[in-house]
Structures are given as C-alpha cells and as structure tokens.
Design a protein around this ligand. Structure first.
Ligand code: FCB
Length: 470
C-alpha cells in the first residue's frame, strides 16, 4: 500500500506572517482622469502627445478602478490577498501640486482604505508612482529642488488623511525610472532628454523620499521606498564588458541602495555621470539616508551588458530614441537566449535571489519586501477563461527564489505580484498584460486568469509545491 505524502512533505512553506500581496499604480488603473477635481499629471500630458504611447493609448479610462474599486477589493478578497499595494494620484488629492487639497480625491482613498481594512487586507499606499502634478512640471519638475519639498508636504497631507489607519507606506516608486526614463531618454513622462536634469531629478526624488519619510514616521507607521533592482552581468569577461556591468549596476542599483541605506552616493557612479552635477547640498545625504523601516524591491530580470562599440541599446519603450544611462550611453544590452516574456525580458529567477541576497548581506539590515514581480504574456480569453501557465511558472520560480533566500537568513517579509489586473503599461499602452486578472478593455469585465486561482491557492496553503530536488 502506498501512502500519500503529507502536506509538510510536499509544501515549501513560507513564514506564517509572510505578506501575500498584489500591486497596481494609480495612473495605470484608475481612469476618471478629469473627474471630481483631479488635475492633470505629467502622464496625462505625455500620453496625449502623439508618438509617445503605443496605439495612442492614454490612462483617461484605464480599467475604471476609480468607479469599480469596491468590485476590485472583493476580487482581492476572493484571492485571499493579505495586502494590496496601490499608489495615490498626487494630482487627484492636490491638483496644483501645492496649495489646496481636493477633498473628493482624498475621499476616494479614504473609501478605498476603509474597504480594504473591512476585507482584512492591509493597505500599502505608494505616494509617488510617476504622476507628478503638471503644474509642478511646469515649474521645472524633479530637476528643481523645490519639488522635493512639495512632495513632503503632500506626504504630510496624506498622513493627516489616512495615517491613522495605514501602517505601511512607500514614498517613491522606482526613482531610476522617474529620473532617467522621464528626463534622460524621455521614454516616460515628462519626455525630456536632458542628461543633467535627469541626475538632478534622481537626487531630488531621493531627497523628497527622505523628507517625506520624516513627515510620515511616528505612531507605529512603517515607511520605505521601492527601488527597481536588476541582477547585472557582463556579456563576457572582456574589460569593456566588465566596466559596462560596473556602470549599469552602479547607476541602477548601488546609486539608490547606497543613498537610501548608507546615506551616500558611490564615488565611481559620481565619476561616471560627470560633468553633470546632482545639486547635492550640505545635509542632504543625512536626509536621504535617514531611517527607514523597510525597503521595497521590484525585480523583473537580469541585464547582460557590453561595452563593445555599436552594441544594441536597451529597449525601454516602443519609441526609444535616447539612452537612459547618462554618462554610460555607449553601453549595450544583449540577450543570452533564455525564454522571454511578452516584454522581451529574459526570465531569470536566479537574479532575484542574487539581488535579495546582496541587499540582505551587504547593507545594514532592514526588512525587505518584493513590492513588484511578474510577467506580461499575450493572454487570450476562450470559453474556458484565460489559461496562463507561463505566468504561473514565472511567479512560482521567483517565489522559489524568495524561499531560498529566506531560508538563508535574508529578512524578506512579503511578496507583491505585479499586477493585480491588466492595465496601462506606460509606453506600451494596453498592449502588454501583466495581470493575474484579465481585463476586457471594451467592457471592463474582470476575468481571473488561471494564475489568479493558482496564486490564491498558494496564499491559502502558505507556500508552493516542493520541487523533486527540495
Ligand atoms: C515597473 C513599474 C510598474 C509596471 C512594471 C511592469 O517598472 O513600476 O508600474 O509598469 O514595471
């Protein structure tokens, strides 16, 4: 007689208090772009400019989450999520970017937070996921120091509005993208191609984070930032490739990690971006590197880079024209033949373990969360629904990497799938689907994919299947 293995033998279990979440961002899902007093953000202006977003798509309607949030919270509840990471649209709550508050905008987030708490789901707001109020860009945007102070004021007003009910706060999302896709390559809003402005934007985003963290902390609130980190490998051992890897790792990873966790910028990166001046003033770095309670890490893939002349640039948007790597414009990005997602990004879960281990061992210890991880595939609906085995395999492999680093002692406390549902994928518009839930953009119907059901079962069991080797 054969006996069935017990659950403990087949399950790769995560800690009981591990946070199981999914993430979204305001401009990508809310829609209602001109409703209830919301002002324009740089993304409204950018997306309405021809030749910026595939298909001329905009976030005007997006997935209409502004009107359907109750249905969406019910969906999260049915998946068993224990946390939901969303972002607050700054121009919805403070259309001018300074000055008067829009109560109707604040009410939306109050209602969302209440609905989440009622459903037993922890709200994890991010205050800046790239939608700068247009009036602040008109005054110079993130390259202007003043923007950092406006950001801290906005953080304080959000603390006033929901700070009694929200514990976990993220100040800025992926400052690399906001600074370098926004101001160097111009692939993202506001679409400027000014390398010097981009490095100043990077510093002011970090300064804004530090000032906002000061405004938010207290009364048990926990504050962090979310950075997009990559594993970076040289395409070969040739010195120019090794140097390329140092440069990209420097500007993508170390620049932000050293600033946030050590209160300084790496010397080699400062040398790489010369002659551009970041505009750092005395005292800034103590603010940037002030205490945080947790760090969010967004991970998608590994870069293989080369310093060889004439190599292909990174594909960061369908309309890419310039490099988002000030001072390292010559660096090329190569593919090594691994399977790719619909974004053309090679799948490499070992990079996630590498990144988490690095942050967990080379920097002062701080609780870590994977605040984004996921994949786009060309999902299709059939009579049976949406079958997305590739997404399940992607997430499972990355959760396996998470489990391995937790076992090794890295303080990883939670995982947020990107994304809860299909949405406006920036320069790619609605052409790339990252959701666990499929959206029929014509009807706004929400159709959970097989990955959503699978993720729900992972949450319910508290882990994933052991592989035969484990
Ligand atoms: C990240 C963004 C997120 C989403 C994913 C695919 O860079 O933070 O909004 O676009 O990529």
């Amino acid at each position: 007689m054969t006996t069935q293995p017990s659950q403990a033998e087949t399950l790769l279990g995560f800690p009981a208090d591990f946070v199981w979440g999914a993430a979204t961002a305001a401009y990508q899902i809310e829609g209602a772009a001109a409703e209830d007093g919301r002002g324009p953000s740089v993304w409204d202006t950018f997306a309405h400019t021809p030749g910026t977003v595939l298909g001329g798509d905009t976030g005007d309607v997006a997935v209409d989450h502004y009107h359907r949030f109750a249905e969406d919270v019910a969906l999260m509840s049915s998946l068993g999520l224990t946390a939901y990471r969303f972002s607050v649209s700054w121009p919805r709550v403070q259309p001018g970017g300074s000055g008067p508050v829009n109560q109707k905008g604040l009410d939306f987030y109050r209602r969302l937070v209440d609905a989440l708490l009622e459903a037993g789901i922890q709200p994890w707001p991010t205050l800046y996921h790239w939608d700068l109020p247009q009036p602040l860009e008109d005054a110079g945007g993130w390259p202007e120091r003043e923007t950092a102070y406006r950001f801290a004021e906005y953080a304080a007003l959000m603390r006033e509005a929901i700070g009694d009910r929200v514990v976990n706060w993220t100040t800025i999302n992926e400052p690399w993208c906001a600074a370098f896709l926004g101001y160097a390559s111009g692939d993202h809003a506001p679409g400027r191609r000014e390398p010097e402005a981009s490095v100043r934007a990077a510093h002011h985003l970090l300064l804004g984070h530090g000032l906002a963290a000061q405004a938010l902390r207290g009364e048990g609130r926990r504050v962090g930032a979310a950075v997009n980190l990559y594993a970076v490998s040289p395409a070969s051992e040739a010195p120019e490739d090794v140097d390329a890897a140092r440069r990209i790792d420097g500007l993508q990873n170390r620049f932000f990690l050293d600033a946030l966790l050590l209160g300084r910028y790496p010397e080699d990166v400062l040398a790489d971006v010369q002659p551009y001046d970041l505009g750092v003033r005395e005292g800034d770095m103590a603010i940037v590197g002030g205490p945080i309670d947790q760090l969010g890490i967004n991970y998608y893939n590994r870069f293989f880079v080369t310093g060889r002349e004439g190599a292909a640039p990174a594909i960061t948007s369908p309309f890419a024209q310039a490099s988002p790597w000030p001072g390292s414009e010559h660096v090329g990005f190569v593919q090594v033949g691994r399977p790719v997602t619909a974004m053309g990004w090679e799948i490499d879960e070992s990079g996630l373990a590498e990144v988490l281990t690095r942050v967990g061992t080379e920097y002062p210890s701080v609780p870590l969360y994977v605040t984004e991880n996921g994949a786009a595939f060309d999902d299709v609906v059939s009579a049976e629904g949406v079958e997305d085995p590739d997404r399940i395999a992607y997430i499972e492999a990355h959760l396996r990497a998470c489990h391995s680093v937790i076992t090794a002692g890295v303080p990883l406390r939670g995982y947020f799938a990107w994304s809860l549902m299909d949405n406006f994928e920036w320069g790619w518009g609605y052409a790339k689907r990252f959701g666990l839930v499929y959206i029929d953009f014509a009807t706004q119907a929400r159709i959970p994919k097989s990955s959503a059901r699978w993720y729900a079962s992972v949450i319910e069991r508290g882990g994933i299947d052991r592989s035969p080797a484990e």
